[in-house]
Structures are given as structure tokens and as C-alpha cells.
Design a protein around this ligand. Structure first.
Ligand SMILES: Cc1cc2nc3c(=O)[nH]c(=O)nc-3n(C[C@H](O)[C@H](O)[C@H](O)COP(=O)(O)OP(=O)(O)OC[C@H]3O[C@@H](n4cnc5c(N)ncnc54)[C@H](O)[C@@H]3O)c2cc1C
Length: 340
């Protein structure tokens, strides 16, 4: 390998994504002297799949990442992740990967075309592009989510926050995720309303029974959330949710429901659009399929880590752990092919 992590074929290792998975992969790869090139995306007006720093940029309080006993703001934590990776030599390009041309012959490097038109070639690639929570698309929703105002897409992450304790909250959705979120919240909230637009759930019978058997969980059928109403919290000065407006799907009648929290559980979309023609294998839900409990994909030299390959856990700490695995797998692969 020549200087700066590349040889005449291009980069040794490219990491796509700058969430917990991407930065942890970058940290490990940099400390292994692979001098990874991290392509982190360009900030956009609407937070979509490309969001430098990843999904945690949308949250104020991270209370479940080990090492931060007082909790930490998501953007602050991601700044620290980046700083640590850069300290060991990770290089950063702020661009989106638009398309990829992955090779099945390990002697030929993979090629990535960036939104700016540049191309990058690399022997090994780690995909850590995450999965975006699906939101309802209401005016106040994202504003309150980003401000810590009681709107969230993750009950495991936020459910235990003091603002939800002994207060009524609502969950939107009708699948297993909505049932899991409601079940988790029922431990803290005084009441959990599950808002569903149909008159039956998609969730498995066992999940339904477990959740709806709870005394403080109540279904609100045939209803959609059409607005989120807020107020200024007197103690903190922060805008917080005070109620949601529900609309009956048949009668179109609207009513307010007082809640201190709104949890959106209508699924996630893995950020894999740019990989459609890549030859990578995906599972039924569109997440990258990994082999043998590792970060190895079906394409030689291409690895995946974090939420883009994990429909189940979707936590910062699990994504970071997968980033570590991917860097070790990539290092091992590069060594086995005599590329480092
Ligand atoms: C509102 C909210 C609150 C949360 N709170 C918590 C919490 O308190 N604790 C917790 O453990 N988890 C929390 N989570 C979940 C956590 O954010 C995710 O599990 C974690 O961010 C996944 O990390 P990741 O690295 O896999 O992906 P992400 O963090 O989503 O990062 C994906 C990265 O890929 C980049 N990217 C995507 N497409 C492209 C492309 N084409 N080109 C270049 N770059 C690209 C993006 O810019 C981004 O940098 C929360 C999630 C949400 C939505």
C-alpha cells in the first residue's frame, strides 16, 4: 500500500456513512493503518437517508449509550465519534454515493460514483448507510422530534425519559414494531393509545395479545393523526407536544387527544436505493443480507454494518458494534488477498 490509504488501483478501504456504524468502522480501520476514506453524505434541507452524522442528529437525548452517565445530545456524540476516527487518520469526503459498480473479481477494485460526479475506486467497501425512520410528514412532527419536544421514532431510546413517565402517550402503527413500542411504553406511561388507520392489526397474534393485554394500553381504530399541537414548557422554555389531532378515516370527524408523547412506529426504510443495481443480496424487508453472523455480504470485499443490515435491533450501540466487526472483517479480507 502506498501513502494515504491508496495504491495505483485507488483506495484500500472506503466507508459509506457517518453514523455510529460508519465512524466506528473508520476508527478501527484507521487504527489498523488502513487510512479509510469516509464518504459521509451532504446535509439536505429535509432529513432523508443522507444525513451526515446519521439518525442521531435528529435527537437531543441519548441516554442509553454506554460511557455517558449523564446522557449526551445526539449531534454532540456524533461529533465525538468523528473526532476520534479522524485522530487516527480517517479521511472524510462530504459527498453522496450516487451509484456503485461492485466487482465479483477481487483483483478488480469496486467503483463508486459520487453525486458531485467524481469516482472513487477501492478494494474494500463498508456500507453503513443506516435506515431512516418513516415519519407521518406533519408540520410539527420533525420540529418537535429534533427539539426533544416529545415526538420520537424509537420508544426503546426515548420511552424512559422523565417527560413520558406517568403521562399519556400515543403510538402510531399497526405492525409488530408498534406493538413492541406500545408494550415498552406501558412500563412508564400512565396510558398508551395505539392509533391505527384500519380496524385490524398487521401485528402477529402473540405480539397483539402481549401488548393489548396490558391494562394501560388502548387501541384507537380507524384513525389517523393529522396534526401535532404543542405548548411551551414553562420550566425549560422548550416547545413540547400537548395533544394530537385524530381524524376518523370514515366520518372524517376530528378530535383532540391530550398526550405528552407521540411515537411513530410505521417502519424504517433502509438507505439502499443507490445499491439497487449493485448485485448485493437483500432480505425481504430490503436490508442488506449478511453471511455467517458477520459483516460479509455476497460480494467479495463488500461489507455492511449498522441499521442498513439490521432490521431488528437498530440501536446506536449495536450499529457501532457492527461497525467494529466490519472493519475487522475488511482488514482480514485485505490481508488474505495480500492487499495490505
Ligand atoms: C429520533 C431518533 C432517536 C434515536 N435515539 C436513539 C437513542 O437514544 N439511542 C440509540 O441507541 N439509538 C437511537 N436511535 C437509533 C439510532 O439513531 C440508530 O440505530 C443508529 O443511528 C444507526 O446507526 P448507523 O450508523 O447504522 O446509521 P445512521 O446513523 O442512520 O447513519 C447513516 C449514515 O449513512 C449516510 N448515508 C446514507 N446514504 C448515503 C449515501 N448514498 N451516500 C453517502 N452517505 C450516505 C448518512 O449520511 C449517515 O451518515 C434513534 C433514532 C431516531 C430516528
Amino acid at each position: 500500500m502506498s501513502e494515504n490509504g491508496h495504491d495505483s488501483h485507488g483506495e484500500m478501504l472506503v466507508i459509506i456513512g457517518s453514523g455510529p456504524a460508519g465512524w466506528t468502522a473508520a476508527l478501527y480501520a484507521a487504527r489498523a493503518q488502513l487510512e479509510p476514506l469516509c464518504i459521509i453524505g451532504v446535509p439536505k434541507q429535509d432529513p432523508g437517508p443522507v444525513l451526515p452524522g446519521g439518525q442521531l442528529m435528529l435527537t437531543t437525548d441519548v441516554e442509553n449509550y454506554p460511557g455517558f452517565p449523564e446522557g449526551v445530545a445526539g449531534p454532540e456524540m456524533m461529533g465525538l465519534f468523528q473526532k476520534q476516527a479522524e485522530r487516527f487518520g480517517a479521511r472524510v469526503v462530504m459527498d453522496d454515493v450516487a451509484t456503485v459498480d461492485f466487482q465479483h473479481d477481487s483483483s478488480v477494485p469496486h467503483t463508486m460514483t459520487l453525486a458531485s460526479g467524481k469516482t472513487v475506486r477501492a478494494h474494500a467497501v463498508i456500507i453503513a448507510t443506516g435506515a431512516t425512520a418513516n415519519w407521518l410528514g406533519l408540520d410539527n412532527e420533525m420540529r418537535l422530534a429534533q427539539a426533544g419536544g416529545g415526538v420520537s421514532a424509537c420508544a426503546v431510546c426515548d420511552g424512559a425519559l422523565p417527560m413520558f413517565r406517568d403521562n399519556p402517550v400515543a403510538v402510531v402503527g399497526g405492525g409488530d414494531t408498534a406493538m413492541e413500542e406500545a408494550h415498552h411504553l406501558s412500563k412508564f406511561a400512565s396510558k398508551v393509545y395505539v392509533i391505527h388507520r384500519r380496524d385490524e392489526l398487521r401485528a402477529s397474534k402473540v405480539m397483539q395479545e402481549r401488548t393489548l393485554g396490558k391494562d394501560n394500553v388502548e387501541m384507537v381504530w380507524n384513525s389517523t393523526v393529522v396534526d401535532v399541537l404543542d405548548k411551551k414548557d414553562e420550566a425549560t422554555g422548550v416547545d413540547v407536544i400537548r395533544a394530537i389531532v385524530l381524524e376518523d378515516v370514515h366520518s372524517k370527524e376530528q378530535r383532540e387527544l391530550d398526550v405528552s408523547g407521540l411515537f411513530i412506529a410505521i417502519g424504517h426504510t433502509p438507505a439502499t436505493k443507490f445499491l439497487r443495481e449493485s448485485g448485493l443480496e437483500f432480505d425481504d424487508a430490503g436490508y442488506i443480507d449478511l453471511k455467517h453472523r458477520s459483516s460479509v455480504t455476497n460480494i467479495d470485499g463488500v461489507f455492511a454494518a449498522g441499521d442498513v443490515a439490521d432490521a431488528k435491533y437498530r440501536q446506536a450501540v449495536t450499529a457501532a458494534g457492527m461497525g467494529c466487526q466490519a472493519a475487522l472483517d475488511a482488514e482480514h479480507w485485505l490481508g488474505a488477498h495480500a492487499l495490505v
